[in-house]
Design a protein around this ligand. Structure first.
Ligand SMILES: Nc1ncnc2c1ncn2[C@@H]1O[C@H](COP(=O)(O)OP(=O)(O)OP(=O)(O)O)[C@@H](O)[C@H]1O
Ligand SMILES: [Mg+2]
Length: 336
């Protein structure tokens, strides 16, 4: 993995305004609340967090499907935020989204061949016969029978439909693929096949991935680095191995304690940390640390002062007044 940065987000904020309970009032919810991240060429950056924490909203802001409220997103050094649609167009080919629900994201009235061909047609990438040939090639790349191009989405299984979605996302030879919970809607047995396919394609086409999931178990298998998101913000970042060995944030620790495969091995059992309550409403953010109402170790300090996202050792960041495993993290850093 090189340090060559493909995508850089700086202080990205995305708010939604909706009608309040009282007549004539509006509430503003900060779905993404000041996110900075960089995605390095060839890596997979995993993003995890509970439902509603802002993962999909962030993904849409990163690929410019949704305008940011403030902050910037740069792709290979060019700032994209604020560019006109026309000036954005050449960049759009470079990053593609793969969606969670392969049922909803494919147009049921189009043949799957048409669905995969569409981005190439819109971008006038070759004659009809050249595009047809490329569609067949993409089908075999993702492990589907090229003879199936004239069939319709409903004739395929969930895993096959996700393969079609992946074929479509690859049709313009993107640099970056942002996969938003690409296997969450699939049976466990099919999940592994799709994850393996994505890993093979990453190697073959030198792709950079952002991989979004709510399950730390899935992210662990596919990511180089992981960012843990809570209420629109990153609360922890680190290399995948170190996060799983020595989580710094109590929220990360809690998420890890419920991943079954991490807890049924011979390794010392992790203490099961139960977090109670739901993710707070982004329109009604808690004071201080956003996690404090659900945190098992919160103190008065956490209720009033928001912890900054600080670098503890190179590559490990956390936003917590009382990081866990601090000594272990520092020790690994000095010995490595
Ligand atoms: N178009 C919208 N209008 C208003 N609020 C929105 C809109 N899109 C998202 N939100 C709100 O923003 C917050 C983050 O939603 P988002 O879909 O990004 O979360 P998520 O982490 O992707 O969740 P999930 O795991 O369920 O997919 C939620 O509170 C959601 O209700
Ligand atoms: Mg989502």
């Amino acid at each position: 993995m090189s340090d060559d940065v493909v995508l850089q987000a700086t202080d990205v904020v995305k708010t939604f305004s909706s009608r309040g309970k009282k007549l004539g009032t509006r509430v503003v919810s900060r779905a993404v609340n000041g996110v900075s991240l960089e995605v390095r060429r060839g890596e997979t950056l995993g993003i995890v967090g509970e439902s509603g924490c802002g993962k999909s909203t962030l993904a849409r802001c990163l690929v410019q499907l949704s305008p940011v409220t403030s902050g910037t997103v740069a792709f290979e050094g060019t700032t994209l935020t604020g560019l006109s649609r026309r000036r954005l167009r050449p960049f759009r080919r470079q990053f593609q989204l793969v969606f969670q629900d392969p049922y909803a994201s494919l147009n049921p009235r189009r043949t799957v061949g048409d669905i995969v061909a569409e981005p190439m047609r819109i971008n006038h990438l070759g004659s009809t016969s050249a595009i047809d040939a490329r569609v067949r090639e993409l089908f075999s790349t993702v492990g589907l029978d090229a003879a199936a191009v004239n069939r319709y989405p409903h004739e395929f299984s969930g895993g096959q439909r996700q393969r079609i979605g992946i074929a479509r996302s690859l049709s313009l030879n993107p640099t970056l693929v942002i996969a938003d919970e690409p296997v969450s809607a699939l049976d466990v047995s099919i999940q592994a096949q799709v994850l393996n396919l994505m890993a093979d394609l990453q190697q073959e086409f030198n792709l950079t991935y952002v991989f979004i999931a709510h399950d730390l178990g899935v992210v662990r298998h596919v990511s180089d680095r992981v960012g843990v998101m809570y209420l629109g913000e990153f609360v922890e970042f680190g290399d995948v191995g170190s996060i799983y060995e020595t989580p710094l944030h109590p929220y990360t620790e809690a998420l890890l304690s419920v991943v079954p495969e991490l807890n049924d091995t011979d390794a010392p059992r992790r203490e099961r940390i139960i977090i109670t309550g739901d993710v707070p409403d982004p329109a009604d953010r808690p004071s201080g640390c956003p996690f404090h109402p659900r945190c098992p170790v919160a103190t008065d300090l956490c209720r009033v002062e928001k912890p900054a996202l600080l670098t503890i050792v190179p590559g490990r960041q956390v936003a917590c007044h009382y990081p866990r495993n601090l000594d272990a993290v520092k020790a690994t850093s000095t010995t490595s």
